[in-house]
Design a protein around this ligand. Sequence first.
Ligand SMILES: Nc1ncnc2c1ncn2[C@@H]1O[C@H](COP(=O)(O)OP(=O)(O)OP(=O)(O)O)[C@@H](O)[C@H]1O
Ligand SMILES: [Mg+2]
Length: 301
Amino acid sequence: MTTLSPQTAPGHLRSTGRDNEPPAAPAAPTSPPVLSVRDVRVSDHVTGREIVHGVSFELTPGRTVGIVGESGSGKTLTCRAALGILPAHFEITGGSVEIAGTDIAGLTPGQWTALRATTISAVFQDPASYLNPSIRVGPQIAEVLRVKKGLKRREARHRALELLRAVHLRDPELVYRQYTHELSGGMLQRVLIAAAICADPRILIADEATTALDVTVQAEILDLLADLRVRAGLALLIVSHDLAVVAQLCDEVLVMRQGEVVEQGPTRTVLRRPRHEYTRLLIAEHEQYGLDKFLVPQEAS
Ligand SMILES: Nc1ncnc2c1ncn2[C@@H]1O[C@H](COP(=O)(O)OP(=O)(O)OP(=O)(O)O)[C@@H](O)[C@H]1O
Ligand SMILES: [Mg+2]
C-alpha cells in the first residue's frame, strides 16, 4: 500500500500554517444536491448475495465526499451504482440514486447518454479499459467535446490539447496523436482524467484515480481537481486508500468495511474522534505521518 507522507503530500495538501482557513469555500449548505445516494444496496443476482448493505450520502456543488475502507468493501460498486454501470450480474436492490434531482431508476439509455460527461463523469483505476485502443487518444477527447459541447473540429482539438496540458502531460501534441499502447499507465491515467473533465461535469467520481501516479503528478492532478471544485463548483466523490488525501480534500468521509458503512461524518470529526474500531485501525496505520497536519478546519456542525 502506498501512502503519502507529509514530505511527499501534494503541494496544496501540505500544512500551510494557515490552519484555520479552509482550503476552499464550500458551497452554501442550502445548495440542492447534485447527487443523492440513499440507502443504496447492491446485490449479485447470480448468487443472490447482497454486497453493499445500504450507503447514503449527498454531494452538493463544490463539496467533496470521500470513501475509504479495506479492499473488497464495496467502494467501487457504490460508485458504479451511482453511475449506472454495475458489472453484468450486479443490480441495485434497495434505496435510490438521484442525479441532479432525477431518479436514475427510470433512466433510458438515451437519458444516461445525455447525463454522462456533462453532468456526471468518472475516472477509475484501469484507464485502458475506458479508451478505445484503435483510435488515437486526442481525437477521442475531441470527439466528446464535439458531441457534448458542440465544438467545431478545430476548437475541439485546441481544447483537447489544453486539457492534456492541464493534466501535466509533457508533450500534449505528441500524446494527442498516440494510441493507448504507446502510453505509460500514468500517462493513460492523465488522459482519462482530461477526458473525464472535458465536458465540464457537475459531478466527478474519482475511484483511486491518482493512485497509479507518482506523488508529484498526483499532487498536480489533485490541485487541478481542487481548483475545479472552487472555480466551477465541481462536486467530487473520491475513493482513496490514502487518508492524507481524504483528510485534505473531503468535507465528509464514509468508512466502509464488508459492504457496510461503519462510520460517516465530517472528515475532521471522523478522523479526530473515530467511534468505530475499524476507523481507529485505519487511522493508526497512517498515524506515523501525522494526519493532524492535513486536517481541514472543523465545519460548523
Ligand atoms: N465484476 C465483478 N465480478 C464479481 N465480483 C465482483 C465484481 N466487482 C466487485 N466484485 C465483488 O464485490 C465486492 C466489492 O467489490 P468492490 O470492487 O466494490 O470493492 P472495493 O472496496 O472497491 O475494493 P478495492 O479497494 O480493492 O478496489 C468484492 O467482494 C468483489 O469481489
Ligand atoms: Mg475499488
